[in-house]
Design a binder for this molecule. Structure first.
Ligand code: ZN
Length: 179
């Protein structure tokens, strides 16, 4: 664990992401901040946030380069990402590792985080930070509602919790972890 995000140099809510290759030829960690983790969990909506990869892909750390490359590949449809990839000059060995993503295809082990990038675990208590219309159940869960004993789901963007006796799927980014 570094003391700052290896992608953007912020130091809030740091956590390590494990980076490996399908063939097991490389294994390393990248320390990322909560904001970058949030953006990774919601890559389609990250817009130009990851333009910062233009710098990160050249830091002298192989794991950071691999993670940056894989994120850029997933962002390729956005013209700016394609441009960075087209003019890329990184070590052939690093490039080969970057292209050899593990089967799940994930650039990272996704971590479920709340609105502030704080990691969430099954059993945590969270507070809603905005009113949420609960489709199907016919009520609105008010901002400030406390949801106890949440469960993580397969998708890092969502958690499950009970409100008014109904178990519903909630967007993790609209939650704040209670301490
Ligand atoms: Zn960051």
């Amino acid at each position: 664990m570094q003391n700052e995000c290896q992608l953007c140099q912020k130091s809030q809510n740091l956590q390590d992401i494990h980076v490996t290759t399908g063939s097991g030829s490389f294994s390393g960690n990248v320390t990322v901040c909560g904001e970058c983790q949030n953006a990774m969990n919601d890559l389609e909506k990250s817009d130009e946030y990851f333009r910062l990869l233009e710098g990160a892909i050249y830091v002298p750390d192989e794991a950071t380069q691999i993670l940056s490359y894989r994120l850029l590949e997933r962002l390729r449809e956005q013209g700016w990402a394609a441009q960075i990839l087209e003019s890329l000059y990184i070590e052939p060995e690093v490039l080969a590792w970057a292209k050899d993503a593990p089967k799940e295809g994930a650039a990272s082990a996704q971590t479920t985080v709340d609105a502030h990038g704080t990691p969430l675990q099954t059993g945590d208590t969270v507070t809603l930070i905005k009113d949420l219309e609960v489709k199907g159940a016919g009520f609105t869960a008010k901002r400030g509602t406390i949801v106890k004993n949440i469960r993580l789901t397969d998708d890092a963007k969502y958690i499950e919790g009970k409100i008014n006796g109904s178990t519903i799927v909630l967007v993790a980014a609209y939650m704040k972890k209670s301490v």
